[in-house]
Design a binder for this molecule. Structure first.
Ligand code: KE4
Length: 428
């Protein structure tokens, strides 16, 4: 049988790029098969190099709250590019993006732009250690904060001992400075502070978990993290790389009414171009060079094209009714899918916060990592491909989030719900 263009390109790519991809999850190893090489996107749709069309709920893993190739964003980037792609000097758009974000997030007095969520989270840890003078960090099993060494860490053997690396190349000595707690279990955090009373610089958390699939914070969980960190002289870091401008214009911190000391951001604030940011309390941010002793730098930080895309995107998201529309679309989708799941022979459930969601092959409720881990990933893989064959593109892993955008129409959503029913019949 004639190879598809995607298959040809995937073979070609694997000769010059590890695994043929520039980020592992794109390889489809979690769901098997050949990843379609995408050629273009428009609104809620993407097309692959073989001309197949998909309704896209991946949305580049979160940045595209406006959908693909939004005309306002495209035109702004085209105009900026004509004036030069990079200067390594301050540009006006950096100030505008920082002002928009600080106005949206009252807990952020000032921020530094970087080029990815990884950079933002890596630097936030360094900042917390610089500010507190303490070495240890608490993260949660199942939360992902990018690929910085200190964050590629899983729970160690004993619940109160240091973390162990989840990647080759991360020294045990480095992982030892990371302690791992259980998501939605504030007591597990209190126990770590009891065990290490003066050593913990910060707790970093996804205020809505997106990297174990979508798992909402349990009622009071974020408030407990706020009070535990305050009582122990540690900082609270909200990793809002996914949730920032996603679950609300003011992020999860506005939705749940908890103000962190540091917030990390990415994805939507770059509108699909490489932008990350970390920001927070003025006294904390005064540690950052050239003001203070904590060093962080970047050739392309605040790049004029990237910040232009971010400014255009956030201004579009300021339009009245935007988040009401996102909520209406996402709830129409997940209510419809939940109805189909309830009729299915195989156990399945769905979690949603705002316009981020995950369908689990799991009877549910899915509120902790241990419950997530009971999901049937084999069935998820078959369901993923059954949907792809029906022109619906969701996350190629059970442990990721899907996203609705302002570009998804009711017709898109209703067609998706039908496809979900057909796909479930096929995999049952
Ligand atoms: P980046 O370095 O990929 O821009 O951001 C890292 C990051 C930080 N914090 C959170 C909560 C994140 O979800 C991410 C990255 N998200 C993954 C998908 N869940 C990006 C996709 C990929 O790795 O290819």
């Amino acid at each position: 049988m004639q190879q598809s263009r995607s298959q040809q390109l995937f073979e070609q790519a694997q000769r010059v790029i590890p695994g043929g991809v520039n980020s592992p999850v794109r390889s489809f190893r979690a769901v098997e098969g050949t990843p379609p090489f995408l050629a273009r996107g428009q609104g809620s749709r993407v097309w692959d190099v073989d001309g197949n069309e998909y309704i896209d709920y991946l949305g580049s893993w979160g940045p595209l709250a406006l959908g693909h190739a939004h005309p306002v964003v495209v035109e702004a980037v085209q105009r900026a590019a004509a004036d030069g792609t990079s200067f390594g000097a301050p540009v006006e758009q950096e100030v505008e993006l920082a002002e928009i974000i600080c106005a949206a997030l009252p807990s952020v007095d000032s921020l530094r732009l970087v080029n990815s969520g990884t950079e933002a989270c890596m630097t936030a840890l360094r900042l917390a250690r610089a500010y507190t003078g303490r070495p240890k960090i608490v993260k949660f099993a199942g939360n992902y904060h990018g690929h910085a060494d200190g964050l590629l860490v899983a729970a160690g053997s004993g619940a109160l001992t240091h973390g162990v690396p989840t990647s080759a190349g991360v020294p045990e000595s480095y992982a030892a400075e990371t302690l791992v707690a259980a998501y939605n279990d504030a007591e597990s955090v209190a126990e770590l502070f009891a065990a290490w009373p003066n050593d913990i610089a910060a707790v970093i958390v996804e205020p809505v978990a997106g990297n174990m699939g979508v798992v909402p914070p349990a009622s009071g969980f974020l408030n407990s993290l706020r009070s535990i960190t305050e009582a122990n002289g540690a900082l609270l870091i909200f990793d809002e790389v996914i949730t920032g401008f996603r679950v609300a214009y003011g992020g999860a911190q506005s939705l749940f009414g908890v103000a962190p000391d540091i917030t990390t951001m990415g994805k939507i604030i770059g509108g699909g171009l490489p932008v990350g940011a970390y920001g927070g309390r003025r006294d904390v941010m005064e540690m950052v060079a050239p003001l203070g002793p904590m060093y962080q730098a970047g050739t392309l930080s605040g790049n004029p094209l990237a910040v232009t895309a971010g400014v255009a995107t956030l201004k579009e998201l300021q339009r009245p009714e935007t988040y009401e529309r996102l909520e209406a679309s996402a709830s129409r989708l997940t209510d419809g899918i939940a109805a189909v799941f309830s009729q299915a022979e195989i156990p399945a459930s769905i979690n949603r916060v705002g316009s981020m969601f995950t369908g689990f092959f799991n009877p549910g409720p899915v509120a902790t990592l241990s419950e997530v881990e009971k999901s049937d990933t084999t069935t998820y893989g078959r369901y993923f491909h059954a949907l792809l064959e029906r022109g619906v593109y969701i996350a190629p892993s059970q442990f990721e989030a899907g996203f609705a955008s302002v570009a998804h129409t009711d017709a898109d959503i209703d067609r998706t719900i039908v496809a979900v029913g057909d796909a479930l019949s096929q995999v049952s």
